[in-house]
Design a protein around this ligand. Structure first.
Ligand SMILES: Cc1cc2nc3c(=O)[nH]c(=O)nc-3n(C[C@H](O)[C@H](O)[C@H](O)COP(=O)(O)OP(=O)(O)OC[C@H]3O[C@@H](n4cnc5c(N)ncnc54)[C@H](O)[C@@H]3O)c2cc1C
Length: 412
């Protein structure tokens, strides 16, 4: 492949990379999409499928300080830090804690909000343009609570969300029962978010976008990219099957982006991973009309084409440690008592994926090195939500668009 064959090489065929590749091809650019696996087999394969526009707050707040000891002691807790990973995670945690100060915290909220506010419209446009609107259900989502003593917490959250212009309704126990009659009668009520929704299968969304991208001229190469070099005419990527020249490169490798960013820009970006798990219950259909999160148990249940997906938990153990699938199986135990009839776990399949997280909870969406290197990674718990709007912003770089300072690489 010569540089003239490739205007832009997009490294990473997750939801972010594939959405960007499609938008770039639609601008008439010759796009080469590269991934070491088939498209959509990273975090984008097994996420909870929730268009989570209501989640405008950073991944941590001051309550994390109280929860830190538990994180270290309880291997099955919703938040887990592997002891062995602690030395590596410390600099990231230090930045995370510094980010809890009022000014940076508010900057993060504003940054997340700006992306989330554009997310629903961007997804409607993108899916509509590929004939894929049926992959998404704009039916809202519910955050429910069981313990009466949780009510003040929920009310405080509602007030904070209203301040951030999140569309939110307080639901009584009866309203929950009317909308989701299979849930347990012990549910006390919840917050309903009408401007959210869910995808019926996140992997199918990547595949649909990938098909559309190929139709728009995107070529795909299954390669492991190990590094790269900038030169006057563009960039040369080093891969396990030789060199790949291109005029520009977009780094969209999710949680694996840091090494390539360093190779091409010299910048060390504090990217880590919050590992998350899911348990897919293939026999569970029609249990829930929309995605439901438990406030106390801290996991989400999303109705999908292939069954009910239970997902969540955060584990800090890096990119190399083997998954602990007990954490995925634990999600079924966590669901006990939430329904009038327990969920059927026969044939359940566990999964682990790497959320790409930066300590200020904002992604990097930027162009550096005189426009030769584009960046779109670090979308933490919200990569599916924010992929379509990210792709619009990245495509906008070609027509003189720029992103605000909050998303730039040089903030680190
Ligand atoms: C349990 C769980 C639940 C989640 N739920 C939600 C949710 O409900 N809503 C939401 O919005 N988000 C959710 N997320 C987050 C979301 O899944 C991620 O933010 C998103 O998938 C990131 O997409 P990505 O394209 O950046 O990365 P990925 O999907 O991980 O894709 C990166 C790709 O880059 C490739 N790659 C990496 N390095 C190289 C290399 N050197 N050479 C070639 N290829 C390379 C990988 O193979 C991979 O295919 C969840 C995540 C988890 C784990």
């Amino acid at each position: 492949m010569t540089a003239t064959e490739t205007d832009i090489a997009v490294v990473g065929a997750g939801i972010v990379g594939v959405a960007c590749a499609l938008q770039l091809a639609r601008q008439g650019r010759r796009v080469l999409l590269i991934d070491c696996q088939a498209p959509g087999h990273g975090a984008s394969w097994g996420n909870a499928g929730h268009l989570a526009t209501e989640q405008v707050f950073p991944i941590a707040d001051l309550s994390i300080l109280k929860r830190l000891p538990g994180m270290l002691l309880d291997p099955m807790g919703p938040l887990r830090l592997d002891w062995k990973y602690l030395p590596k995670a410390l600099p990231w945690f230090t930045r995370l804690l510094l980010n809890l100060r009022p000014a940076p915290f508010q900057r993060s909220v504003a940054g997340i909000r700006a992306l989330n506010e554009g997310s629903l419209g961007a997804w409607q446009r993108l899916l509509g343009s590929i004939g894929g609107s049926d992959l998404f259900r704009e039916d809202g989502s519910l955050l429910m609570f069981e313990r009466p003593e949780s009510r003040p917490l929920l009310e405080a959250l509602q007030a904070r969300m209203r301040q951030q212009a999140v569309a939110v309704q307080a639901w009584s126990a009866q309203q929950v029962r009317d909308a989701a009659p299979q849930l347990s009668r012990t549910i006390q009520g919840g917050l309903f978010f009408p401007r959210t929704g869910h995808f019926i299968d996140p992997y199918r969304v990547v595949c649909a976008l990938f098909d559309a991208a190929q139709t728009a001229g995107v070529r795909f190469a299954k390669r492991q990219v190990s590094g790269g070099q900038l030169h006057a005419n563009g960039v040369t990527l080093h891969s396990d099957q030789g060199e790949l020249p291109a005029r520009q490169v977009l780094i969209a490798c999710g949680a694996h982006s840091a090494k390539l960013v360093h190779a091409l820009t010299g910048k060390r970006v504090p990217l880590d991973t919050e590992r998350g798990y899911h348990l897919m219950l293939p026999n569970e259909h029609e249990r829930l009309p929309f995605a439901v999160t438990s406030l106390e148990r801290k996991f989400i249940m999303t109705p999908m084409a292939g069954g009910l997906r239970l997902a969540g938990t955060v584990e800090f153990a890096g990119l190399d440690a083997a998954p602990n699938m007990q954490r995925a199986r634990q999600l079924h135990r966590l669901s006990e008592g939430l329904f009038q009839r327990e969920l059927d776990a026969e044939g359940a399949t566990p999964w682990m994926g790497f959320r790409p997280s930066l300590p200020d909870s904002l992604p990097v969406i930027d162009q550096v090195a005189d426009g030769r290197v584009l960046l779109a990674f670090g979308h933490q718990h919200l990569g599916l939500t924010q992929a379509a709007v990210t792709a619009e912003w990245v495509a906008g770089f070609a027509t003189g668009g720029d992103t605000p300072a909050a998303y730039r690489l040089d903030r680190f």
